[in-house]
Unconditional design. Sequence first.
Length: 99
Amino acid sequence: MRYKVGAERVEQAPPLAHRPDEVVRSARTAPVGPTHAVDAATGAVACGINTDGIDVLDQDWEAAFFVEKCPGCYAAVVAPARVNISEADLLTKRSGCWA
Ligand SMILES: [Zn+2]
């Protein structure tokens, strides 16, 4: 993985089972609110915010479809890989057609 999930807040997901042998396996932290892309190699956050207070989870940020993603990190990590034309360029061209 290139980026890990960096959560501003995490909560302990309640264990689904109460049998002692299953509690440890099912108890896990889940991110709350927007998450940031933390470079797996350098530990830097893609959108450039301070990493103090960020909990880094051992999960692939790009594959983590179940979490809310920080727009800055999304633009820095996902958008350039997907398209070369920015949303702003598309809007400009589109409005130009109607002018
Ligand atoms: Zn971010």
